[in-house]
Write a protein that binds this ligand. Structure first.
Ligand SMILES: O=C(O)CCC(=O)C(=O)O
Length: 196
């Protein structure tokens, strides 16, 4: 485990965690690609509508709704494989996750802009656990208020990255596009939503 510490930021990076937990990451990625109802939502940026530059899917316990760019996401129920992943993470981290956002980056052109996962419905005392499948991509971090230096972590197939509190309060993250990447990556962020 690699621990990354900055003022207001605590990250735990477990390279190839899924392989150590005996998952076949290629089979897992292909089954998620084929089985999940992937959507490409529209978002409004500065008054103009755009398709998000990636595919997404929101998986959650009943009642765990999530508002993203003004829209409440449709809830997909936990499939056996996603529930199995949740159980492994819960055992490893001692946290009961009730929701999961999946992001699918079809090529290096797909990306995620700067943001923090600090929506009011998220429990800000709980960590966010991020699993990566497929091609390696850089996840960048920058401080929200301080003069700390930005940095990036390369997230490879099977990696687990735990973002512990209070990281979301003090830092933002982004996944930039990469012109030379031609293949897919799926990222899964397990979260704790506060009951409504
Ligand atoms: O794809 C990633 O690693 C980042 C995903 C992310 O930023 C998020 O789900 O909030």
């Amino acid at each position: 485990m690699i621990s990354i510490e900055r003022p207001g930021l605590h990250l735990r990076h477990f390279p190839a965690w899924l392989q150590q937990e005996q998952f076949n990451t290629t089979v897992l990625r292909q089954s998620l690609q084929a089985e999940l109802p992937w959507l490409q939502p529209r978002v409004t940026v500065y008054g103009r509508q755009h398709l998000t530059p990636r595919l997404t899917c929101w998986v959650a316990d009943p009642g765990c709704s999530y508002r993203y760019s003004g829209q409440v996401q449709a809830i997909t129920p936990w499939s056996p494989v996603l529930n199995d992943l949740r159980q492994h993470l819960q055992q490893h981290l001692g946290v009961r996750f009730n929701s999961l956002l999946l992001n699918r980056y079809r090529t290096g052109a797909d990306r995620m802009g700067w943001h923090a996962d600090d929506e009011p419905e998220l429990d800000n005392q709980a960590p966010i656990a991020s699993l990566s499948l497929g091609v390696a991509r850089d996840l960048r971090f920058r401080p929200r208020h301080s003069g700390e230096a930005p940095f990036a972590i390369s997230l490879d197939d099977g990696d687990l990255l735990v973002m512990d509190p209070p990281t979301q309060q003090h830092w933002q993250h982004a996944l930039p596009s990469r012109a030379r990447v031609m293949t897919e990556r799926i990222n899964l962020t397990f979260r704790v939503i506060r009951p409504a």
